[in-house]
Write a protein that binds this ligand. Structure first.
Ligand code: ADP
Ligand code: MG
Length: 260
């Protein structure tokens, strides 16, 4: 075990420390400091302390209802913590983010119009919008379908359109909520390949996934949530190969087999 991994393996419980592996990989983008989320009587997320670093490929795993979507939305600033804080790290401009859902929300317009509208809403300047459109279509291989109604596309094509839309706003952080959960295996592979390329281009990823094979393929860091509690925050390799995970996490890994 390298020093890096040993160090990262230390804060096994409740993630009180940020991942030192990520700290080496990049500068801090976002921090949660004992941030919790409550919806009425439901404590969706118990206090979480976490730093997201530039270059992280963070996967959130856990059973249904464990708080993955809530943590994504909290990190993305769509909901405010009920207690504790979310803060932007560093002194530069705030990070730009985009979010992808299990099923993309697409307007009943052509592929091209959906992209134009999204870039306009994101504040991309007019001249730049024109230039980016073919690049974005090209990036995800949808040039030939630019004039098709977006809602007539297959599930995989729709998700690729959502990725083009995200790519076009040049986000620092891409949040993905179970992005391939409703796709067939070949569409899943295509979408995964694009996510991988985006990460290689320098986008920071935060994704929830039910698919542990996908987590192994795409993630550099894994957070395991159990009933709204952050149980583990580890680099991917030790997460899958650790012989002393907290019992909730070990049980989760066992239960999710076989991986697809
Ligand atoms: N808007 C909401 N209002 C009330 N309860 C919510 C809301 N969003 C999530 N919850 C609850 O918070 C908990 C965590 O949900 P969620 O973050 O969606 O989990 P996951 O994405 O892991 O399935 C669940 O008990 C869920 O029912
Ligand atoms: Mg969810």
């Amino acid at each position: 075990m390298s020093d890096l991994v040993r160090e990262a393996a230390r804060p096994l419980t409740h993630g009180a420390s940020a991942s030192p592996v990520a700290a080496v990989a990049g500068t801090a983008l976002l921090r949660l400091n004992a941030a919790s989320v409550r919806f009425g009587d439901v404590q969706a997320l118990r206090p979480v302390t976490l730093t997201l670093y530039r270059g992280d490929r963070l996967a959130l795993v856990g059973a249904n209802g464990s708080g993955k979507t809530t943590l994504l939305r909290l990190l993305n600033g769509q909901i405010s913590p009920s207690s504790g804080e979310r803060s932007l790290a560093g002194h530069g401009r705030p990070p730009v983010s985009a979010m992808l859902f299990q099923r993309p929300f697409l307007l009943n317009l052509s592929v091209r119009r959906n992209l134009q509208l999204a870039f306009w809403l994101a504040g991309v300047p007019a001249a730049e919008r024109v230039a980016r459109l073919p690049l974005a279509l090209d990036r995800v291989g949808l040039q030939a379908l630019a004039d098709r109604p977006a809602r007539s596309l297959s599930g995989g094509q729709q998700q690729r359109l959502a990725l083009a839309r995200a790519w076009g706003v040049r986000p620092d952080i891409l949040f993905l909520d179970e992005p391939t959960a409703s796709l067939d295996p070949s569409a899943k592979r295509e979408v995964e390949a694009l996510i991988e390329e985006f990460a290689r281009d320098g986008m920071t990823l935060v994704m929830s996934s039910h698919n542990l094979g996908q987590v192994k393929r795409l993630a550099s860091r894994v957070v395991h949530l159990d009933a709204g509690r952050l149980v583990v925050d580890l680099p991917t390799e030790p997460f899958f190969n650790h012989d002393a995970l907290p019992p909730e996490a070990a049980q989760f890994l066992k239960g999710e087999l076989p991986w697809t």
